[in-house]
Structure formats: C-alpha cells, structure tokens
Design a protein around this ligand. Structure first.
Ligand SMILES: [Zn+2]
Length: 123
C-alpha cells in the first residue's frame, strides 16, 4: 500500500489537483469532478460538494456586489442598460472563478475528513 503524505486542502483545491496525491487533475470539465485520479487512482465519485460552493459564492458575492450596485445607483442614477453592461460581466467572472476554487477545496475537505462511504479510500 502506497503512503500518501497529507496535502493541504486549500493548496490542492485552489490548484484543482487531486486531494490525495496533489498531482492528478481534479476536474474533467470546468466544474465537473473526475471519476478518479489519473495519477494515484483515487475514486472521486463519492466526493460531491453539492450546493456548498454556490452557497459560499452567493453569500460572499452578494455582500460584496450589492453595496457597489446600490452606491452606483444612488450616487449617479445610471440607466438600467448601463447597470447591465457593468454588473453582468462582473458577476459572471466573480461567480465562476470562485465556484471552481471553492469546489476544489470542499472536495479536498471531504477527502481529508473521510465523509464518503469508503469509495474514496485507496484502492
Ligand atoms: Zn491523485
């Protein structure tokens, strides 16, 4: 049985790497977790972050963006199309990037704390 040194959940999650070996890719698409690690063979099917990343992004982004939107509206009263031009790209970028990062960290935390039923154990 191969010994895998502990990996930082934040380092592997932010890098999108396997939580066990820290070398294999965690995602096979932008937000889709691979079935298994190509390097160490860790079964990743049992690791599901669910709605966790979306909750963190919604709460965090809402707290950051809404005061800016309200400030812009009450300070300059721009037309609605200008709000759309400004905030849609900002919100898209500000949600998609953290979603992937947070999902990687949550999957790594699940592996670290063994929240699966054994599917993620070494083969
Ligand atoms: Zn691996």
């Amino acid at each position: 049985m191969t010994h895998w040194p502990p990996q930082s959940s934040f380092a592997t999650g932010f890098a999108g790497k396997c939580p066990r070996c820290g070398k294999g890719e965690l995602f096979r698409a932008f937000l889709t977790v691979r079935d298994s690690c190509a390097v160490c063979g860790l079964d990743l099917r049992g690791h599901d972050a669910g709605d966790g990343p979306a909750v963190f992004v919604i709460l965090g982004l809402g707290a950051l963006i809404m005061p800016l939107v309200l400030w812009l509206e009450f300070s300059y009263q721009p037309p609605m199309w200008l709000h759309a031009v400004i905030w849609l790209p900002v919100i898209l970028v500000a949600t998609l990037i953290p979603l992937r990062l947070i999902k990687g960290v949550l999957v790594a935390q699940q592996y670290k704390h063994r929240s699966t039923t054994g599917d993620g154990e070494p083969t």
